[in-house]
Design a protein around this ligand. Structure first.
Ligand code: FA5
Length: 359
């Protein structure tokens, strides 16, 4: 063995070690490689053991060369170790910074209430505050409750006011929510404050303000000394609460066999601002709240003495109320699944946010 050959082999070892270090990822791998290279039993250790085979005059130089090579290799390992540690620390830091617990969460997409449901909840809240019960009645109704108990006997021309879907079992799809009036009288007696929201069905020609399936809210208040003044005050309060503003309304005589006197309460059309449009049939007014004082025959049908008790009733057009409140110009949009009509103001673009039920 001569010194030149030793130096050549040490150069080769340096080059191979540099290449091997470049492929190392973890500190454990690096330590293993270092011990195989510079450790006592490693490649350099084997060279150290050969010093005594050199002639005595060369041993000093051989030792120096081997020590220098060991120093260079040790530095290579030290630098590589620092690099690996720095990389691990950076990865840890970036992992930590990608989680910010103060960021707002991602809202899961959820639907919103139907506009009719929204106004229904609002109307219910108004009347519940006034001590009214909320009743329901069957959609498949008997002729008795839908007509006869409401002072509309068979063959009475008033039946033509509400084109009816008759069923093969002799019943019908209720044409209004008024059947709940006598049902509630029978169930609760007097005094009585009740509202009854629900779906109604009529064999109607459909247009911008008429559907064959629509919603109403029936209202009924029976007690001693109930007057038209109570009725008007209650109707005005309802519209003020739902629209959060004083609206233009008008009261005109209306005929319904189950009330006497009867009225039609109209509100100024909010689609056109009263100027006239297809929704209000160019009149500037929307028929929304027919009402009146309960007819004595209806009180009798509900086992209530008309000499002792009086009451008012109304049949709010809930679907039309929703149209006015949310600016839906055509009633068909509400039943068709058209999101432009169904998602009222309050939806945040991008994600849908469940509308809070109005208080
Ligand atoms: C009635 O249904 C009576 N039962 C209301 C009533 C109750 C009067 C108590 C007096 C006392 P009318 O047919 O006008 O009345 O309907 C009431 C409201 O329901 C209307 O003002 C209108 O807002 C709504 N409405 C009626 N028909 C339709 C329809 N086809 N599509 C949408 N809304 C309708």
């Amino acid at each position: 063995m001569d010194l030149d050959k030793l130096q050549n082999q040490l150069s080769t070892l340096r080059a191979e070690t540099t290449t091997a270090i470049a492929g190392v990822v973890t500190m454990d791998e690096l330590r293993r490689l270092e011990s195989q290279t510079t450790g006592k039993t490693g490649a350099l250790g084997a060279w150290m053991a050969t010093i005594k085979e050199f002639p005595p005059e060369q041993r000093g130089q051989v030792g120096k060369t081997l020590n220098q090579a060991k120093g260079e290799l040790t530095k290579l390992f030290k630098d590589a170790g620092e690099k690996i540690k720095a990389g691990a620390a950076a990865a840890e830091a970036s992992k930590a910074s990608s989680y910010d617990p103060t960021l707002p969460g991602i809202r899961p997409p959820v639907g919103s209430f139907h506009p009719v449901t929204l106004v229904q909840l609002q109307v219910e809240a108004v009347f519940q505050r006034l001590g009214f019960l909320i009743e329901t009645g069957p959609e498949m109704e008997s002729e008795h409750y839908n007509f006869e108990a409401l002072n509309i006997p068979k063959l009475h021309p008033a039946r033509d006011m509400q084109d009816t879907f008759w069923l093969t079992n002799g019943k019908l799809l209720r044409t209004h929510t008024s059947p709940v009036q006598v049902r509630a009288m029978e169930r609760h007696g007097t005094p009585l404050r009740v509202i009854a929201p629900g779906r109604c069905f009529r064999y109607e020609t459909i247009d911008a303000s008429h559907e064959n399936t629509f919603h109403q809210v029936e209202g009924l208040m029976i007690d001693r000394n109930i007057s038209i003044a109570n009725l008007i005050a209650m109707m005005k309060l309802l519209l003020r609460e739902v629209f959060s503003q004083e609206l233009s309304i008008r009261l005109r005589p209306g005929y319904f066999p189950f009330v006497e006197p009867g009225f039609e309460m109209d509100m100024s059309c909010l689609i056109c601002g009263g100027g006239g449009c297809a929704t209000c049939k160019q009149s500037g007014w929307i028929e929304i709240l027919p009402c009146g004082m309960v007819h004595p025959n209806v009180l009798r049908a509900g086992n209530i003495d008309p000499h002792e008790f009086t009451g008012f009733a109304f049949g709010l057009g809930l679907t039309r109320l929703a149209m006015m409140k949310y600016g839906v110009a055509d009633i068909r949009g509400l039943n068709s699944g058209d999101l432009r009509a169904l998602v009222p103001a309050g939806r945040i673009s991008g994600t849908t946010v469940a509308e809070k039920p109005p208080c």
